[in-house]
Design a protein around this ligand. Sequence first.
Ligand code: RTP
Ligand code: MG
Length: 143
Amino acid sequence: MAVERTLSIIKPDAVAKNVIGQIESRFENAGLRLVAMKMVQLSREQAEGFYAEHKERPFFADLVAFMTSGPVVVQVLEGEGAVLKNRELMGATNPKEAAAGTIRADFAQSIDENAVHGSDSAESAAREINYFFKDEELCERIR
Ligand code: RTP
Ligand code: MG
C-alpha cells in the first residue's frame, strides 16, 4: 500500500479533556507518523472555510461554533494507507455508533463534539493539508 498523508484535527472537546497524548498514542501504535503539528485557536473564518462543503447543512453553525470554542491540534499524519487507517482509528462520526476501541467510542460524547477530524479521501487530504500548512512546514520523516 502506498505511503500517503492525511489531515487530522484533535477537536476542542478532546483538548479540553486533556487527552491529546492518549489520542496521539493511537496513531503512533498504528504506525502513523506526525510530519507537522500545531495547536491553534481557529477563527470563525478559518472554521467556515475548512468545513465549506457543509455550509448548507443544518448543523453548520453549531459545527463552526464548536470548532472555534477552544484550541485544536492540527496535524499531518503519514503512513501506508494513512487516510483510511486514520478513519478506522477514529470510528464513526456518531460516537454512539463507533466501534469499540476507536477514538470516538472512547473519547467523544456526541455527534457534535466528536473528538477528532480526519480527511475522508486522498483528494480531501491534499486540500485540507494545504489549507493549514505550507509545504516547508511538512517534515521529512526517516523510517
Ligand atoms: P469530520 O469531518 O469532522 O472528520 O467528521 P466526519 O467526516 O466523520 O463527518 P462529516 O459528515 O464530514 O461532518 C462533519 C462534522 O459535522 C458534524 N455533524 N453533525 N448533526 C449531524 O447530523 C451531524 N452530521 C455531521 C459532526 O461533528 C462531524 O464531525
Ligand atoms: Mg468529514
